[in-house]
Design a protein around this ligand. Structure first.
Ligand code: ADP
Length: 253
């Protein structure tokens, strides 16, 4: 059995108003269900809680106040999981929520514990949906972004492949939102300073990572033997395209 971690970012899950994009989520669920039916173990790392909370409370700007953001993430996390649960149920799939913090990866006892929990999920063919426990945890105890989280999770469960769905086709040699002549890079074998310099700062209004956190995630993942592909989440069928080894996105080996 091959183990695949799939990370979906805020920009993939929400529309331009920050509301959850249900059509998109449904398609992601179809992809994951199909992979599981084919015998893959699939773990989903999903953002979108704050966005969902903003939608529910009809708030248009990401709040600056930390406690307010944390409250929104707690409100939105419930909706996020509710949506996933409803969609996955149509494919007879059970899900469970795991809200993690940096502590799970820095404390050996907690690390081993959460690894056992993940494996218990997978043994029973239950899909773990992972997010940072934003509502509870203060900044210094956070992993900080779900790109890094997904790389840590890949190590935790010994994943063969990590697929990061983004709002862009992959890594370009420079930020394509600024430079029209930017070119997509198909394979990165060595994550050196040049590669890191290609990724600028934050991209979207609602996302928190940006391309640089994806490169750092790729560095972590490839070091422990997990290949990582950044691919456009606009079309969730890109997930199966990657698994079928179609040449799309940027592959880090
Ligand atoms: P997500 O919410 O999917 O995690 P982010 O907005 O955090 O996405 O990161 C993707 C964004 O990073 C792109 O939309 C783009 O604006 C920006 N970016 C900066 N440099 C690059 C680059 N070299 N190649 C691709 N994207 C880049």
């Amino acid at each position: 059995i091959q183990r695949i971690v799939i990370k979906v970012g805020t920009s993939t899950l929400t529309d331009e108003n920050g509301q959850l994009d249900l059509q998109k989520m449904k398609k992601i669920v179809v992809e994951i269900s199909n992979l599981q039916d084919k015998g893959f173990d699939v773990i989903l790392v999903s953002s979108g809680a704050v966005g969902a909370g903003m939608g529910l409370l009809e708030i248009e700007e990401r709040p600056k106040l930390l406690s307010e953001k944390q409250m929104l993430s707690a409100v939105g996390q419930v909706t996020l999981m509710q949506v996933y649960q409803t969609f996955f149920k149509k494919y007879d799939k059970l899900i469970g929520q795991l809200l993690l913090t940096k502590g799970e990866f820095s404390n050996r006892k907690r690390y081993l514990n959460v690894r056992n929990v993940c494996n218990a999920f997978l043994d029973k063919k239950i899909i773990p949906i992972i997010n940072e426990n934003d509502a509870i945890v203060s900044d210094e105890l956070k992993v900080g972004d779900n790109d890094t989280m997904s790389a840590l999770v890949s190590g935790l469960i010994d994943a063969d492949l990590l697929i990061i769905l983004s709002d862009i086709d992959g890594l370009y040699n420079k930020n394509p939102k600024k430079y029209e002549d930017a070119n997509l890079i198909e394979v990165v074998g060595d994550i050196n300073e040049d590669v890191k310099n290609m990724a600028g700062g934050k991209g979207s209004k609602f996302g928190t990572g940006g391309m640089i956190t994806k490169i750092m995630a790729a560095e972590m993942a490839t070091k422990i033997g997990t290949n990582l592909v950044i691919v456009n989440g606009d079309d969730p069928r890109n997930i199966s395209r990657v698994v079928e080894k179609e040449n799309i996105g940027t592959l880090f080996v």
